[in-house]
Each structure stands twice: as structure tokens, then as C-alpha cells.
Design a protein around this ligand. Structure first.
Ligand SMILES: Nc1ncnc2c1ncn2[C@@H]1O[C@H](COP(=O)(O)OP(=O)(O)O)[C@@H](O)[C@H]1O
Ligand SMILES: [Mg+2]
Length: 299
């Protein structure tokens, strides 16, 4: 009886041990699962954080590229606007050079061609006719030189090596020779090393001013003055003719000469004034800094 009782107790103990072992195993498995789930979770977290940083960095890079792109777009737009402005200024300058140079000389030749007709068939006017023909020949040859130098991109190459005072004197002399008229001149001591385009612009002003004085004022009282004022050179071309209407009132009837000169001088940052003197005559004055640089328009 007692033995049966002991066996029963032993069986119960064994069952309890088995039960405990099963729980321990279950708990260990659960703990292991828990630990691995935590590990998986924290690995996920780390990955998500890493991806988040990458997304933020990519976003910043994208914003930087967008900014760069819009800056480049602005730069391209500015460059194309500048190119359009420069080509417009270039066309104006070429137009003004064609007008002030070859067109004036061809105009002069045409003017003298008409005075040749009365000499034809008159034996006693042969000498006069030869003189007119020589004048026409000279003007056309000069026009040809001007066209050639314009094709080569040069303005008034014959004055390139001269200091501005001598360049102005040579323009005056050419006008006197071509027209057979006299020009009073008063050229002060001027800086010897002005940039070519400053020199060329002021020489063009004298050339056009004197051409106008000859064509529209009969060459009466033609005069040229030049002096320095601060870092600029001022030039004045005057005559005692009938005077001139204000430039604005000329509208489309006026030629290209004065408008071209105004554009040329102002595009270099200079000033130009056209005055009709009350006692008669016209006075054209321009002031241009020797520091002027090409393409200073709009600055
Ligand atoms: N010195 C001047 N005396 C009188 N009128 C002038 C003088 N200069 C210019 N003009 C007038 O101004 C106009 C415009 O001159 P300009 O622009 O040089 O053109 P263009 O000489 O080719 O006619 C001339 O047509 C003329 O009527
Ligand atoms: Mg003119």
C-alpha cells in the first residue's frame, strides 16, 4: 500500500518536472523570439532613419540643383538680351559709319558730277572739268577705302596711328581739300593716347559737322574747336549758315547723320548738343570721356 503511494507521488513529481521543463523551454523560446523581434525592429528603425537622412540629403541636393538651374536660366536670358543689345548697337554703328564715311563721299561725288555737265563740249572749260573729275575721283577712291576698312571691321584706319589732335587736324584738312573751303580751327593740347573709338567718334563728329556746314550752310564761317574738360575731350563744330531746327522736330525728314552721331556719342557715355545760334548759324558740341570704353551704353 505504502509502495503504491510512493509510486504515485513519484509519478506526480515527474509530471511536475516535465511540466516545469516544458514551461522553461516555452519561456526560453518566447524570450528568444522576443529578442529577435526587438533586433528586427531596431534594425528596421536604423534602416528607416538612414533612408530618412538620405531622402533629406537628396531633397537638399535637388533644391540646390533647381536653384543652380534657375540661375543658369537667368544667366542665359541676360546673355541673350545683352547679345541682342550689342548686335543692335553694332548695326547702329555700322549704319552710322556707312553714312558718315562712304555715303558722304559718294554724295560729294554726285554733287560734283552735276557741275561737270555744263563743262562738257566747252573747249575753254577743259581745265575746270579736269579739276572736277579729279575731285570726284578722289572722293570715290576715299569712299572705296572706307568701305574696305569697314569690311575689315575698322573705323577710320587712317587716323589709327595719329594722336587725337593730329587726327582732328587731318579730318579738317581733308574737308578743306575736298570742298575747296576754309575752316577756322582752334585745337588745344589734347591727351596723346586716347582709345581709338573715342578718337574715331570725335573725328566722325567733325567730319559730319563740317559736311553739314558745307551742304546745308554753304560752308559759311566753318570752324572747329577742341579742348579738354576734366578727363573728357570736348569738340565743337560751328558755321554761320541759316541755323538748324531742333533735332526732335526734324522727325523722319532729317537724315541719319546727326541721329547717328548722337547714338554713337551717347553709347560711349558722352553728351552731344545741337544749337541753333540766334544770330544765325549752327553749333554742334560733343564731350566724351577719354576713359570711355566700348559698350558703355546703359551703364
Ligand atoms: N549746319 C547746318 N545748317 C543748317 N541745317 C542743318 C545743318 N546741319 C544739319 N542741318 C539740317 O538737319 C538735317 C539733318 O542733318 P543730318 O542728320 O546730318 O542729315 P543729312 O545731312 O543727311 O540731311 C539736314 O537735312 C538739314 O536740314
Ligand atoms: Mg549730314
Amino acid at each position: 500500500m505504502a509502495k503504491r503511494h510512493v509510486n504515485a507521488v513519484n509519478q506526480i513529481d515527474e509530471r511536475i518536472d516535465l511540466q516545469r521543463n516544458a514551461w522553461l523551454v516555452t519561456e526560453a523560446v518566447l524570450l528568444a523570439m522576443n529578442a529577435s523581434l526587438r533586433e528586427i525592429g531596431s534594425r528596421r528603425n536604423r534602416q528607416i532613419k538612414k533612408q530618412h537622412h538620405t531622402i533629406i540629403a537628396n531633397r537638399a541636393e535637388l533644391l540646390r540643383l533647381l536653384q543652380l538651374n534657375s540661375e543658369l536660366e537667368n544667366r542665359v536670358e541676360r546673355a541673350s538680351r545683352l547679345a541682342a543689345l550689342e548686335s543692335e548697337q553694332f548695326l547702329h554703328r555700322v549704319g552710322a559709319d556707312l553714312h558718315d564715311g562712304p555715303a558722304q563721299l559718294i554724295g560729294f561725288a554726285l554733287l560734283h558730277l552735276s557741275s561737270l555737265a555744263p563743262c562738257l563740249g566747252e573747249p575753254d572749260k577743259v581745265g575746270e572739268a579736269m579739276e572736277i573729275i579729279a575731285g570726284i575721283h578722289g572722293a570715290l577712291a576715299e569712299a572705296m577705302d572706307e568701305v574696305r576698312s569697314l569690311c575689315a571691321g575698322l573705323t577710320m584706319p587712317r587716323i589709327a596711328l595719329l594722336p587725337i589732335a593730329d587726327a582732328l587736324r587731318s579730318v579738317i584738312q581733308e574737308h578743306e581739300q575736298r570742298t575747296g573751303t576754309v575752316v577756322r580751327s582752334d585745337i588745344a593740347i589734347l591727351p596723346p593716347d586716347t582709345p581709338h573709338f573715342v578718337k574715331a567718334s570725335l573725328c566722325r563728329l567733325v567730319q559730319e559737322g563740317l559736311n553739314n556746314a558745307y551742304r546745308h550752310a554753304g560752308g559759311q564761317g566753318q570752324s572747329v574747336k577742341a579742348w579738354t574738360t576734366g578727363d573728357a575731350i570736348a569738340v565743337e563744330v560751328a558755321d554761320d549758315g541759316p541755323g538748324i531746327a531742333p533735332l526732335a522736330s526734324m522727325g523722319l525728314q532729317g537724315g541719319l547723320g546727326l541721329v547717328g552721331l548722337l547714338n554713337r556719342i551717347e553709347s560711349l557715355g558722352g553728351t552731344m548738343k545741337i544749337l541753333s545760334i540766334p544770330t544765325g548759324g549752327t553749333r554742334l558740341t560733343a564731350t566724351l570721356s577719354t576713359m570711355a570704353h566700348e559698350g558703355s551704353a546703359g551703364q
